[in-house]
Ligand binder design. Structure first.
Ligand code: FES
Ligand code: FES
Length: 168
């Protein structure tokens, strides 16, 4: 008898189609699967980090249609029809200016928070690209407050973000 693989991890698989880092993906996932697990375990994109797994640290941040979300709280099924960008997707022909700025400003120490920070800064950049005014330091600080860093004391991260968000 043919094995029924439509049930696993407590539910029927659902078919989803989405784009990740510019690549179209079609797959079947259980309804309870987290986007973080889909990204790391099924798609082998390990740059997105599992931290608190409770939506508190931002290490697992990815962009969905240009805005940062915590992939540890986001169901994989909800990516259907959407565009997902992970830290791997920030580098195209060369490193993204956000990553270059983090490196130039010495804002990366152990590096655990860095993928999430870069995604959060990119999300702010997207948000302010159609905004009539540039964000000030306080606005940037507020925009990054969901991302924790144990190493840097945040000053260099804010410097890096400010350099990208307020060029010139
Ligand atoms: Fe998702 Fe900490 S691992 S917010
Ligand atoms: Fe280590 Fe931020 S550089 S947690």
């Amino acid at each position: 008898m043919k094995k029924d693989n439509t049930r696993r991890r407590g539910g029927e698989f659902q078919e989803i189609a989405f784009t990740i880092n510019g690549r179209k993906v079609k797959t079947r996932v259980p309804p309870s699967m987290l986007l973080l697990d889909l990204i790391r375990d099924e798609l082998s994109l390990k740059g997105t980090k599992p931290g608190c797994l409770e939506g508190e640290c931002g290490a697992c941040s990815v962009l969905i249609d240009g805005s940062a979300v915590n992939s540890c709280l986001y169901l994989a099924v909800n990516t259907h029809g959407k565009e997902v960008t992970t830290i791997e997707g920030l580098s195209g022909d060369g490193p993204d200016p956000v990553l270059e700025s983090l490196i130039r400003n010495g804002a990366i120490q152990c590096g655990f928070c860095s993928p999430g920070m870069a995604i959060a800064i990119k999300s702010l950049q997207n948000r302010f690209s159609s905004h009539p005014t540039l964000p000030d330091r306080e606005m940037i600080k507020k925009g990054l407050e969901g991302n924790l860093c144990r190493c840097t004391g945040y000053v260099k991260i804010l410097d890096a973000a400010e350099e990208v968000l307020k060029p010139g």
